[in-house]
Design a protein around this ligand. Sequence first.
Ligand code: SIN
Length: 498
Amino acid sequence: MTMTAPDTERELLSRVPTGLYIDGGWRQSASGRSFAVVDPSTGEALAQVADATPEDGEAALDAAHRAQKGWAKTPPRVRAEILRRAFELVTARVDEFALTMTLEMGKPLAESRGEVAYGAEFLRWFSEEAPRIAGRYSTAPDGANRLLVVKRPVGPCLFITPWNFPLAMATRKIAPAIAAGCTMVLKPAALTPLTALLLTQVFEEAGLPAGVLNVIPTTRAGAVTGPLIRDPRLRKLSFTGSTEVGRRLIADSAEQVLRVSMELGGNAPFIVFDDADIPAAVTGGILAKMRNGGEACVAANRFLVHESVAEEFTTAFVERMAAFTPARGTDPESTVGPLVDEATRNKVSSLVAEAIEDGATVAVGGQPVPGPGYFYQPTVLTGVPASARILNEEIFGPVAPITTFRTEAEAIELANATPFGLVCFAYTADLNRALRLAEELDTGMLGINAGVVSNPAAPFGGVKQSGLGREGGFEGIDEYLETRYVGIADPFASTEDA
Ligand code: SIN
């Protein structure tokens, strides 16, 4: 078995930028401090990255604010072409991006390559949307005035992105902002800043003007972003992360009445009906659960299986979960990487331990993997009582609790019995049932006979405590545009007077 050669890793890491990027230049932190980025499969440091201070944050917003006016006037086609070049550069550097992501986040290289394709696609999609920003012109119903509606960039934005998809969650915000003519400050997750810094290098090469994108990794998230959120020059906050943090950011944003987009937590039900194609449901369930090692807000969090097919589904599903090979993501045999850090693994362990205490049975897995790194065995739990914490909280790990239901109404009731509403998955052969689910489930997204719904051309987002706003699709650019209405006096009035 061959792993990535250590020289390849060292050579790559020596080329990934590690500074702050402010006003078109790389610099050290005002404090001169840096922090270590750790490989979650070994616990060892990979690189030291400049640790932004509140002064650096202010310098980043100064730059974004200065650049805003000029950037808003840049022709849409020019903005589109920068995005298109960035798409091509990321795509050409797929191996570099994938290895960087695998090293700092842990997912297997094949999955990282998938994320590069997914993340790059946001750049291409929004390069195509930039020239299509449109308004409208109409006659008021009484015939008197003319109504002109134009779209304007919102203004400087702050992006706070997570560690689980270090590339795609950044491009999903940066690309529509560039397309709309907004400038921005990006604070990537402190666990995974290297991918964002590599992406920044790509934008520099693609010709993005100074000040449009400013990047400030930091270990002091609240101290650095708090003053920016309270600064009247900032006009928009977009966050992807937990509902708990999102709620606090929404409250902080109230002071300046900021536009906010919030992609928050989920508790996705994966429903298997008695008429489902069971092998397809098993394959879809594995994808929905194990994509990104379960570290996704759209990961299937609870399996609701009709009691008449529960045994057949569970037996096949357990077999597939048992076949995963947890190993460092650079190992070609790895099919699941480590969890991102010790705290994440401890949370998964305690959810499983509590579920067992509550009466659940371990069908496979159920333990951390000994040795270096934060690995956890792919796990299936059966007989989980409805009140168990694991069915009511986001697991963010490779654990699948399975419960059963008897009727469609019961499945819908169970699926909706959560404060979250990001995504649901359902397997059924009945078209009418699928359409009923599309109307009855409280969710922002629904996968019918599909274990993955994420697509740059589709509006990603949730209802209830899963968030506000949509990313991707035609809707994604609206988050970065204000609607301005201009009322114009009847152009014929003066002719009639004359
Ligand atoms: C997330 O888990 O935050 C996003 C997953 C996706 O885009 O599919």
